[in-house]
Design a protein around this ligand. Sequence first.
Ligand SMILES: C[S@@+](CC[C@H](N)C(=O)[O-])C[C@H]1O[C@@H](n2cnc3c(N)ncnc32)[C@H](O)[C@@H]1O
Length: 192
Amino acid sequence: MRAYLAARPNETIVDVGCGTGSFALLLKLAEPRLTVIGIDPDAEALDIARGKAHAAAVDIEWRQGFAGDLAAETADAVVSSLVLHQMPLSEKAATLRAMNRMLRPGGRLVIADYGLQCGLMRLLFRLTVQRLDGVTDTQPNADGVIPKLIAAAGFEDVVAPFTISTITGTIQLFTARRPISDAWRSVANDPD
Ligand SMILES: C[S@@+](CC[C@H](N)C(=O)[O-])C[C@H]1O[C@@H](n2cnc3c(N)ncnc32)[C@H](O)[C@@H]1O
């Protein structure tokens, strides 16, 4: 996930649904010049995240809340892992729109989550993830809705460059980009 994010020094990266903060911490340790913001509604998870960051002596901004709470056009990249599959369909769509909004034009989106499930993977997904998280919220992921929702939220260049089969089902990495605004495009395309 970190390789596909390709974070550059001095960028601002937001981890939506950061949980106990392992990935946010990894990012900051790998590139201390990053500004890393971890956001999650779960106060207990954030307490653990704070403890980990304190133990590693790194400065990460932890916020309790949702993607929509972050200011518009303040992030260079947004990451999120294993969060969308737990949300109702309308919340998946709203969260992706909020991710688009918080990104600067041209900003990157990197999402790792359960994707389209086929054959044995569909069975394993049913026996594990769907037993735990229920069917209603998880089935749209299994039916392949995530890339469609990413595109519908206003992203371009939506691709799934990496797929892994696990004992709980297929996990896919999705990458996309917030388009550069039309105004910027017309300037960039104007030879004068
Ligand atoms: C399975 S955990 C994944 C945590 C972490 N991203 C990881 O990969 O280890 C899902 C996380 O999503 C968070 N979450 C649930 N609903 C959310 C929402 N609407 N917006 C942001 N995070 C949410 C939960 O609190 C939980 O910490």
